[in-house]
Design a protein around this ligand. Structure first.
Ligand code: NDP
Length: 350
């Protein structure tokens, strides 16, 4: 029997690597899309699968017209597409267009190519974000419970060149809206599922050589919790809801085949998490971190009483989302970050 074939964009990223891991573990064939040969070599090193199971295509610019045309024209056996590639590095100096263009054009390009040339494509799963659901201007929320029915209301007039985070939120909202608009307007034979996780945490599946190479959310855990001290204040609460990256990856796999998920969007989360809880877990589960992680007020929630909540129930039902405890997520991540630090230090002194 021929294996099911999946085209995966952003395969070298934090989340993309875990999705690749899940797809290969489940015996699927994967065409991994990355931006350069160098990135393909790095992924190959982390996933020594046979060429039958894992092959690579290079797309240097996902927003270029026809970015995916050649791939789908050349390989009509692709049945599923998972699109995770999108910029989210908020480093200073980034413009709104640096986020919006690749997010929106990249999403449209892959849907257009699938509609035109993906004669066997049955479903496209897009990695969206809570950024397309929550209201970034009211992150406390007045007791609101977010579900997948909610949309980020921010419009272009609110954008500010000094706030790349808002530009990222806007880009994810526009990209998802563009995807649904495409599905309404265009003739195609596949359906769409969008997975919208809030903060995604957990150990890396891919190799990084330095702290600077970490994806943004992981780097922030290192900066705010490990590169701190017990009397440091806890970091500002931003999005106080999360999911473990391994559970999110498995949910991407499940989303390929769930009948109930056809043409739906999902908030994929295990629920609320506060920075006090993250600090408590790191201090309790990793003794080496006790004199580094902010103490705060152990056991006392750092969230205001009316902090917003999130409901991941639909994903649990339709996508068999199962969630591991936050203690596993932050223990595994914290230990890995310590190993990475040690490796960087030994290389520095070598
Ligand atoms: P990473 O930065 O680790 O991965 C992003 C991936 O997208 C990389 O493969 C990157 O390629 C690719 N990419 C970024 N910009 C471009 C571009 N302009 N052209 C082509 N490829 C590009 O981040 P994550 O794994 O965390 O994010 C993956 C997805 O998950 C994104 O869609 C993000 O919005 C979403 N998400 C992430 C959350 C989180 O907490 N991490 C939360 C919610 C959603 P390269 O390495 O070559 O730059």
């Amino acid at each position: 029997m021929t294996a099911i074939k999946v085209l995966l964009t952003g395969a070298n990223g934090f989340i993309g690597s875990h999705i690749l891991d899940a797809l290969l573990r489940h015996g699927l064939q994967v065409t991994a899309v990355v931006r350069s040969e160098l990135k393909a070599t790095q992924v190959r090193r982390d996933f020594p699968a046979t060429e039958d199971q894992l092959n690579f295509v290079i797309v240097p610019d996902i927003s270029a017209p026809g970015a995916y045309t050649k791939i789908l024209k050349a390989d009509p056996s692709v049945q599923y597409i998972i699109h995770t590639a999108s910029p989210l590095n908020y480093s200073l100096g980034k413009t709104v267009e640096d986020f919006v263009n690749p997010a929106v054009r990249g999403t449209r390009e892959i849907l257009e190519a699938a509609a035109q040339y993906g004669c066997n494509v049955q479903r496209v799963v897009v990695t969206g974000s809570f950024a397309a659901i929550g209201n970034p201007e009211d992150m406390q929320g007045g007791g609101k419970v977010y579900t997948s029915q909610d949309w980020n209301p921010v419009t272009a007039e609110k954008l500010d060149a000094r706030n790349p985070r808002l530009a990222y939120w806007f880009s994810k909202t526009l990209a998802e809206r563009a995807a649904w608009a495409f599905m309404d307007e265009c003739k195609r034979s596949f359906d769409l599922v969008v997975l919208n996780p809030p903060m995604v945490y957990g150990p890396l599946r891919h190799t990084v050589e330095s702290l600077e190479e970490l994806n943004v959310t992981t780097y922030n855990i290192w900066r705010d919790f490990l590169n701190a001290s017990p009397d440091h204040p806890l970091p500002h609460e931003w999005v106080h809801a999360d999911i473990d990256v391994r559970d999110l990856a498995e949910t991407h796999y499940n989303a390929l085949f769930s009948q109930a998920a056809s043409n739906k969007r999902y908030l994929v989360t295990r629920g609320r998490i506060c920075n006090q809880e993250i600090a408590d877990i790191l201090r309790e589960t990793i003794p080496e971190l006790r004199d580094r992680v902010p103490v705060g007020e152990p056991g006392v929630s750092s969230l205001p009483r009316d902090a917003f909540d999130v409901d991941g129930g639909a994903a649990m039902e339709d996508l068999q989302l199962t969630v591991r405890p936050a203690a596993d997520t932050f223990r595994d991540l914290g230990k890995q970050l310590l190993l990475l630090e040690a490796k960087c230090l030994s290389e520095h002194w070598a």
